[in-house]
Ligand binder design. Sequence first.
Ligand code: FES
Ligand code: FES
Length: 154
Amino acid sequence: MPKYTLQINGTSHTVESEPDTPLLYVLRDELELAGPKFGCGLSQCGACMVLIDGSATPSCVLPVSSSEDTEITTLEGLAKSPSQLHPVQQAFVDEQAAQCGYCLNGMVMATVGLLNVTPNPSLDEIKNGLERNLCRCSAHSRIIKAVQKASKNL
Ligand code: FES
Ligand code: FES
């Protein structure tokens, strides 16, 4: 199998995979980075989102062969230390912006991606920024409050 060198959370990892293996499988199964979740596997729910060069991207349909030469950030790479959460993570905790938590990885990564380009988003910009992320528990109002709080704390 071919080898690929991936830059993940500031560290270089070399993996052996078939070229069309989804990045999500490599992250979870080979590198034990369990932040990104498998939801639909079809790029429709957002549970698997990671940052690719700062932009929130579903990893379930992204081939590992297309992931070289990018900076990949997973949920595990956001916090500076276990005791110092990323401001977006802290805002989600403060607002208790989850029920089952399954969408949480994607919501947090999409929020970081949104705030990277729009630091002070309007309500409509938040809704548009998170429109690729589904929450089956309907925690939407708390999620929006968390995004608004995070935008003030970044
Ligand atoms: S698991 Fe990737 S978008 Fe649903
Ligand atoms: S909190 Fe359950 S899917 Fe969003």
